[in-house]
Design a protein around this ligand. Structure first.
Ligand code: SAH
Length: 377
């Protein structure tokens, strides 16, 4: 599977779209608001006067309400700071990056209303937004063009399935599993750890020349609290339950066993220590802070009290089915590419039931890591 070509969140605004099923990621963004504010204020106040222009990039922006939510928050912080200090609003060059399969048209269609709002509320006209399709594991911006880099819920995606575990690998190492599990042999764990280390250092190496000295980076991604990746923590059960749902479809004759054995998610949830070591090893950034917080799976549930028909329909779904919709919006492109489109409805319905059983026994939480970095001078 060519991850860079296949991976995308579900496009559009339909029932299974990311735009309609990204509450949990929205809550994660809200949780990092104070770190966002601290980083932007630092960029603005570190210089004697507010810079004339500020380059900002959101990496892995996807498409949906979350995309412009981050940008809006950044504008709010800059606007409030300028008003307080009596300085004029700087020119903002905002780049929204994602893989080429992302629904950039959805974002572009929402820009006129966004610009209108910024103009009405803040009187700001000097705000420029561009879409930058490409992988953040390589160079995508000109030298020294960025003051602030933001990325939320994206860096846990690897650039490829770990070497040795790809679909066409000759041996099946990770039998019946889709990610690191307690039954995974050490070679599987090593392959995941090494893929993450390579990818994360490529990410830092690529950003290093693109950022101005003193520029700030705020990264928020799924992680784990334990050093041991086989501990049942964070996203562990998300993949275990998906493997279980697929094996249920094997027993119904809808999926072949070998198909499960040959699928390994291009995903890795690191622990804080791994991130710290990787940043120090690459050498271009100072670690200001690495924090972890938990977010319950129940955060998938729509908090929208709107009386719209569709929302009412969603509220009638069980918690498990709502979690399944969130996961479907994220993983469907890859799972469909490997297992075929015909089983998607059955798969995520079984998955929802399994999540319900699981939540009945346990409170499930994701672990989210927030990393704040400064580009060295
Ligand atoms: N930041 C948004 C979207 C998160 S979904 C939010 O918080 O809601 C994760 C996004 O990362 C997806 O849109 C996916 O396509 C993107 N992504 C994954 N790997 C990427 C890569 N190598 N380069 C750029 N974008 C990537």
């Amino acid at each position: 599977m060519e991850v860079m070509q296949v991976l995308h969140m579900n496009n559009g605004e339909g029932e299974t779209s990311y735009a309609k099923n990204s509450n949990i990621q929205r809550k994660i963004i809200s949780e990092t608001n104070s770190s966002l504010k601290e980083a932007i204020l630092n960029i603005m106040c570190n210089n004697k006067e507010v810079p004339e222009g500020i380059g900002i990039a959101d990496l892995g922006c996807s498409s949906g309400p979350n995309t412009l939510m981050v940008v809006t928050e950044i504008i709010n912080i800059i606007y409030a700071t300028c008003r307080k200090s009596g300085s004029s609003f700087p020119e903002l060059r905002i780049s929204l990056n994602d893989l080429p399969g992302n629904d950039f048209n959805y974002i572009f269609r929402s820009l006129p209303a966004f610009f209108q709002k910024v103009k009405e509320e803040k009187g700001a006209e000097n705000c420029y937004v561009v879409g930058v399709p490409g992988s953040f594991y390589g160079r995508i911006f000109p030298r020294k063009s960025l003051h602030f880099v933001h990325s939320s819920s994206s860096l846990h995606w690897l650039s490829q399935v770990p070497v040795g575990l790809a679909t066409n690998a000759r041996t099946t190492l990770n039998k019946g599993k889709l990610y690191i599990s307690q039954t995974s042999p050490s070679d599987v764990i090593k392959a995941y750890v090494s893929q993450f280390q390579n990818d994360f250092s490529s990410f830092l190496r690529s950003r290093s020349p693109e950022m101005v000295p003193g520029g700030r980076m705020l990264l928020s991604l799924m992680g784990r609290s334990s050093i041991d990746p086989t501990i049942e923590d964070g996203c562990y059960y998300q993949w275990e339950l998906l493997a279980h749902a697929l094996s249920t479809l094997v027993s119904k004759g809808l999926v072949e066993d070998e198909k499960i054995d040959s699928f390994n998610a291009p995903y890795y949830a690191p622990c804080p220590e791994e991130l710290k070591i990787a940043v120090e090893k690459e050498g271009s950034f100072i670690v200001n802070r690495i924090e972890a917080f938990e977010i319950g799976w129940d955060a998938s549930v729509s908090s929208n009290s709107s009386t719209q028909c569709e929302d009412k329909k969603i509220l009638l779904l069980s918690m498990g089915q709502q979690v399944a919709k969130t996961i479907r919006a994220v993983v469907e492109s890859m799972v469909e590419n490997h297992f075929g489109n015909e089983i998607m409805d059955d798969l995520f319905s079984v998955y929802g039931d399994l999540v319900d059983d699981y939540l009945y026994k346990k409170r499930a939480v994701y672990v989210n890591l927030v990393v704040s970095l400064t580009r060295k001078d």
